[in-house]
Structures are given as C-alpha cells and as structure tokens.
Design a binder for this molecule. Structure first.
Ligand SMILES: *Cc1c(COP(=O)(O)O)cnc(C)c1O
Length: 446
C-alpha cells in the first residue's frame, strides 16, 4: 500500500497524521523538507524523523487516555537524545531497560522521577545507578532480582519503589520474537506465583511495593490479548487487596501496534476503552509504556540505489542501506512500505531490494509498485522511526548512519554519521604482538 498523498486524502489531515507527503512537484518530503535535499546535505543512507508526527502521536495517546493515565516512552524504540528531549518536553515519562538508557534520559533532561526501569536482567551496578537517580519505579521480573534490589537498597538506607511484573500467560498474537507474556517466555513472574510472593515482597527491607506491571508483547494489532491480560491483572489486584495488600499502581505496558502498510493499526480510543473496562474501577494509578506507537510512523530510512541486477521478470536492486542499519526485515521478516523519493515516469517493475551485507537475510522485501530503479535513485522506507536506528549495528564495519530531525521546514542532524575511525579506535593490539609496532594500530584520529 502506498502511504503517500492520494486524491482521497485531505492534504491537511495527511500532513498532520503522516510523517511523509509529496510536495507540489511530487518529491517525498517531511514537514516541507525534501528528502532529496536531506540526502544532499547528509549523504545516504540516513534516518529522518518528523517532530510533528511524534508530537501528534503523543497527543493522540493523551487525548485517548485522558489526563490521569501516565505515559512512559519506551526509550529502546528510539533512544536518540533529541527524541527523548522532545517527548520529555511534552510531559512524557520514560521507560528504560538499562543504565545506558538511564544516562540517555538524564542527559536529555527528562525527569528522573518519571522513569520506570523495566527489563529482565538488571545488574547490581544498574540498580545502584537507578536508586541514586531517584527513579519512579522498578518493574521487577524475578524473586532473585527482588532480593538483590532489597539488599542493595537496604545497604544504602533507601527504599526502592517496586512493581512486580506479572507474566499473565497471554499470547499477544504478534510475531514470536516480540511476544513476551506467554508462560515460558523469559519475562515477568508467573501469575500463579504472585499471590504468595506479594506479601513476602512487601515485607522485605529496602522494598516499597507499589503494585503490578505487565507487558505482553510488541506490534499488537488486536485488542483481545490486552483485554484478557488486563482482566487477569484486575482479578489479581482484587485478590491481593482481599488479602490486605496495598496495590496502588498498575503499569499496563506497551506494544500498541502501528501501520506498516496494511492501512490498519490499533485504535487508541478502543485501547483506552479496554483499559477503563478492565482496570478503570480499581482506583489505581495507571501507566502505559508505548515505544513504537510514539515514534514508528514518524521516521523514514532513505537509501540510494547502487546497482540493479536484471532477472527475467524482476530486478534485484542493491541499495546502500543494509540490515545493520534497519534490522527489522532480517530479524522479524518485517516489510516497510517503500517509495521512491522522486516521481518518475518509469512503469512499475517488480523488484527485490537488498543491502550490501554478506547475508541472504539482508533484504528489504519484494515490491511491485515501484518504478524501474537504477543507480542514483533514492528510495525511502516508511514507518522506520522505531527499532530502526536503535537496533542498528556496525556489522561489516559499516558505521552508524545519521539521524535527522525535521520540524516545520527546518532540519537538524541529531546524530552525525559515525566516523569509521571511531570503530577502530576502541581496539588495541595485544602486548605480545606489539613489540615491534606498539599497541596502537595505524588508526588516524577522526
Ligand atoms: C519494549 C517494551 C515496551 C515498548 O514496546 P512497544 O511495542 O515499542 O510499545 C514497553 N514496556 C516494556 C517492558 C518493554 O520491554
């Protein structure tokens, strides 16, 4: 499906709700900035994000959920400091999964007391850093982790605010690799164990037990898994309260799906209704943790065609972006909608778009709506704002690519292209090899 402007769309609405549009001469643009001009300015490949699309995505949550439900952005979706700062300025809290993300959030100027620390394997140093920062809440995923947090907090004479992450045994009906709430998944504490653990946890030194958390998966496009999971959380909350336990906060997780070209995504008002129906009458502080839905549709990855290899009825088109830049196709068989940046008069020709990395899985998908592509053409992959740049690597010694933020006709490079020298600079020759050459390789400083 084509996510650019079509006749049926009202242009103003289109401009508001989608990150990309075609300008008056047909060039793919973000908030009035042409992607071919960005390519000239920063080189290809690069990511570009629309600030307005991110702001709108946040406001959509806010208006669907009302003023009382907390929103914590799952930083792992896109941890660029400018993106964190933009969302923090809108009043968004932050959901982190590592000390590195804590440092990102602090560096970006977000409130530390709006930070929730999720993740199945928090190391002692990470727990200490989060306690020192004074975060809002730890979502705890095992008894062993609870005991460590208790010991660390008690030894510092503080109390850690803790919610227990419940594994509700629900299938999110999403991709296997991003389903997290089934029995046997590595995440959370089995719902059957919580009733006996909760009173024990609330009595532990250094622990201030505040409630429950859950997160059942990602790119969820069906409300039923949410409804089932939240009903289980509601039942568990009532049961714990009957036992005399205090449950004041419920963290309902993220996973809200976006439109990757099907034209369909989860409706936020329906999602909000499910929340109200299931846990709305419990008089608990509620929080959600969206990542993808806040930034996914706001971003594009732009690449240049290097070569085209003709086959009988399709072309293999090799571009300068690869799986190290956008891992989702290789990792999850995801297909991002593709568009050429400039309009061409060429007829559509079937193509398979691939990257230069030496793996057969380095492929972006097969497309039959694109014009015949040749060297120098620019191709944009849409809905690439989440789990794109943040999952990128330097495989094949390909440096990290630039990220550009666009706002109302202006743009800024919010991460510059990584110099290759930076990659090499971390590496050292072992002493036993370096007698003649010294421990430094012949790396020129960037
Ligand atoms: C990844 C993650 C999220 C965000 O998931 P999205 O699909 O990006 O909304 C929220 N909470 C936790 C605990 C996560 O691990």
């Amino acid at each position: 499906m084509n996510m650019t402007t079509t006749e049926e769309d009202k242009p103003s609405q289109k401009l508001d709700r989608k990150s990309v549009h075609r300008d008056s001469v047909g060039i793919l643009s973000i908030e009035g900035v042409r992607l071919d001009h960005l390519a000239d300015a920063v080189g290809t490949p690069f990511y570009a994000y629309s600030s307005r699309a991110i702001t709108n995505a946040y406001q959509d949550f806010r208006s669907a959920l009302g003023p009382d439900i907390g929103i914590c952005y799952a930083v792992k979706a896109n941890g660029n400091l400018s993106i964190i700062a933009l969302l923090a300025e809108l009043g968004c809290g932050m959901d982190i999964v590592s000390e590195g993300e804590l440092q990102r959030v602090v560096a970006a100027g977000a409130r530390r007391d709006g930070v929730v620390f999720s993740g199945v394997g928090k190391a002692r140093a990470e727990i200490e850093a989060a306690l020192a920062a004074g975060i809002h809440q730890f979502n705890v995923e095992s008894v062993a982790e609870l005991e460590l947090i208790s010991a660390v907090a008690a030894s510092h004479g503080v109390e850690a605010p803790v919610a227990l992450r419940v594994n509700p045994d629900i299938d999110a009906l999403s991709h296997d690799k991003i389903s997290t709430g089934r029995k046997g998944d590595k995440f959370g504490i089995s719902i059957d164990e919580i009733a006996s653990l909760y009173p024990r946890a609330s009595a532990m030194h250094g622990i201030r037990l505040v409630g429950l958390a859950t997160h059942i998966g990602s790119q969820i496009t069906d409300l039923e898994p949410y409804r089932k999971a939240y009903k289980r959380i509601a039942g568990l909350t009532r049961h714990l309260r009957d036992l005399g336990q205090s449950v004041t906060r419920l963290d309902l997780g993220g996973g809200i799906g976006i439109d990757y070209g099907s034209g369909f995504k989860l409706d936020l008002r329906d999602f909000a209704s499910v929340i109200r129906e299931t846990v709305g009458d419990l008089n608990a502080e509620l929080t959600v943790e969206p990542g993808r839905r806040l930034v996914g549709e706001a971003g594009v990855l732009v690449a240049e065609v290097l070569y085209s290899k003709p086959h009988a009825d399709f072309d293999i088109v090799i571009i300068d972006a690869a799986m190290n830049d956008l891992l989702r196709p290789a990792m999850y068989n995801a297909v991002h909608p593709a568009e050429t940046v400039s309009p061409t008069a060429c007829r559509p020709r079937k193509c398979r778009i691939v990257g230069p990395v030496c793996e057969s899985s380095d492929a972006f998908g097969s497309f039959d709506h694109l014009p015949e592509l040749s060297s120098g053409d620019l191709v944009a992959f849409l809905a690439a704002g989440a789990y794109g740049a943040s999952m990128s690597s330097t495989y094949n010694a390909r440096p990290l690519i630039p990220e550009v933020l666009v706002s109302d006709g202006q743009f800024a490079v919010i991460r510059r292209r990584q110099p290759v020298e930076d990659l090499l600079a971390l590496e050292r020759n072992p002493e036993w090899h370096s007698a003649s050459s010294g421990s430094e390789f012949g790396v020129k400083a960037g």
